[in-house]
Design a binder for this molecule. Structure first.
Ligand SMILES: C[S@@+](CC[C@H](N)C(=O)[O-])C[C@H]1O[C@@H](n2cnc3c(N)ncnc32)[C@H](O)[C@@H]1O
Length: 432
């Protein structure tokens, strides 16, 4: 028998942090889905509601998985109501349940997007009352069934949001630290870094250890949603619980297997409060013992040996001078970070630095082999791949730290002719 949940493919839109859709596309491919059109913060693909379960469970960079129900032209709110009251909502929603409607609206007739959401709710309620004699309650709580309206100009799309609360909430943030990265962005840094997930991984300036935890989970093949017990798809009337049971069991098997070959992961921070947060988060992530945590300055961060022919990875998220830190003192901090990178590069590590203040990095004498732009918490950030400290900055560092040995620029990184100077990154479009 045809099942709404298992057998009806549709367009699926997966959203992610702005600037990392290419990483999400790669993840979708690895899961066996064909990634289609991608904007800066979403990727389209195709699949059933059952496929949405796998995507919610496995995608590390995804925020929400949206299953398309309808695409239509709408000049005004009445058009939205007329179209949506004709949709068979009773196939998806429980008349005794609860539904929330979220929206992204840019239409000249709509001054308050809450009005558009109201039209969707009215259409759902009227259709359900006609079809079932009852209608679900509605409100803004995203812990039950969720519907999403995307309406730009006269083109509208309505989706079942199969996720609910964003997938970036993994469930391991036991203690919050200052300026944490979103888990999904941290995962994108790890997956997009080129790290092979076998050789050592370093996360100095770790704060709450988000990057280290995401690195360990990726290396262990641990599904990012294993700690989560609620998804919006579970509240659809057509939900097939056996799909979730199978997905969870297979994710647990993969994790058990992946744990056997987990690499060395080291996280460190100079601030003891951050180190306490890191320890609590690592413990909550089921990673105690698998992530080595040190309280030390970036220049003293451990650099374990990389096996012959291997390539470790160091990912750092230093203060930007905005939310935390003083920009003048921070120049020395960035210079120290560059000294750490010089030592790590000599030992066989690649690196990525994410900073909301690339001018500060450039002022400290850092240049990068490659630069990308992402957005973090509304701040445009540069990703600096294999950043290297200028020879002049190394001399300055040695004068400040006569006891610490760092290699000369030529020894550390073959930046050579093709090294990119760090122009401030170009702004990219960031759709909702
Ligand atoms: C932007 S936060 C990192 C946030 C982290 N990515 C997270 O998700 O929680 C920057 C961190 O750098 C640390 N830090 C600043 N100067 C440092 C230094 N010289 N050595 C080591 N850590 C430092 C701060 O204590 C802070 O925790």
């Amino acid at each position: 028998m045809n099942s709404v949940f298992n057998d009806e493919p549709s367009k699926i839109v997966v959203t992610c942090p702005p600037g990392v859709a290419h990483v999400l596309s790669q993840e979708l491919s690895e899961l066996g889905f064909r990634p289609g059109a991608s904007l800066g913060s979403s990727v389209e693909t195709e699949g059933t509601l059952a496929d949405c379960v796998a995507m919610n469970f496995r995608l590390r960079t995804a925020h929400r998985v949206l299953y398309a129900l309808d695409v239509f032209r709408a000049r005004n709110g009445e058009d939205v109501y007329d179209e949506l009251v004709a949709l068979p909502w009773e196939r998806y929603l429980d008349p005794d349940g609860y539904v929330s409607v979220d929206r992204a609206v840019d239409n000249p007739t709509i001054r308050d997007s809450r009005y558009a959401a109201l039209k969707v709710k009215d259409a759902i309620a009227d259709r359900m009352r006609n079809a079932c004699g009852r209608r679900p309650d509605s409100g803004s709580d995203r812990t039950d069934a969720c519907v999403f309206l995307h309406w730009v100009g006269d083109r509208a799309s309505v989706y079942l949001d199969t996720t609910g609360v964003s997938l970036s909430f993994r469930g391991y943030r036991a203690v919050s630290s200052e300026a944490p990265l979103r888990e999904t962005l941290a995962a994108a840094l790890v997956l997009g870094s080129g790290w092979n997930r076998r050789d050592p991984f370093l996360n100095p300036m770790c704060g709450g250890a988000t990057i280290a935890i995401e690195a360990l989970w990726a290396a262990q093949n641990r599904a990012p949603a294993l700690l989560r017990d609620n998804f919006a798809f579970m509240h659809l009337s057509c939900f097939d619980p056996s799909v979730l049971t199978r997905e969870r069991a297979s994710a647990l098997r993969d994790w058990e297997e992946g744990k056997k070959n987990a690499p060395v992961v080291v996280a460190s921070d100079v601030d003891s409060g951050a180190v306490d947060a890191a320890r609590a988060n690592v413990e909550a992530a089921g990673a105690a013992g698998a992530v080595q945590i040190e309280c030390c300055d970036v220049v003293d961060s451990p650099v374990p040996p990389v096996p012959e022919g291997g390539r470790g990875m160091a990912i750092l998220n230093p203060p930007y001078g905005g939310r935390i830190g003083d920009p003048v003192r921070l120049r020395d901090t960035y210079e120290d970070l560059g000294a750490f990178l010089a030592v790590a590069a000599e030992a066989g590590y690649g690196s990525v630095v994410i900073t909301g203040n690339p001018e500060l990095a450039e002022g400290a004498g850092l240049s990068a082999r490659r630069v990308r732009t992402v957005h973090s918490g509304g701040i445009e950030c540069a990703l600096l791949f294999d950043a290297s400290l200028s020879q002049a900055a190394r001399r300055r560092f040695r004068r400040r730290n006569p006891g610490i040995r760092i290699p000369d620029a030529e020894e550390s990184l073959p930046l050579g002719q093709d090294a990119e100077t760090m122009n401030p990154p170009q702004r990219t479009a960031s759709p909702s």
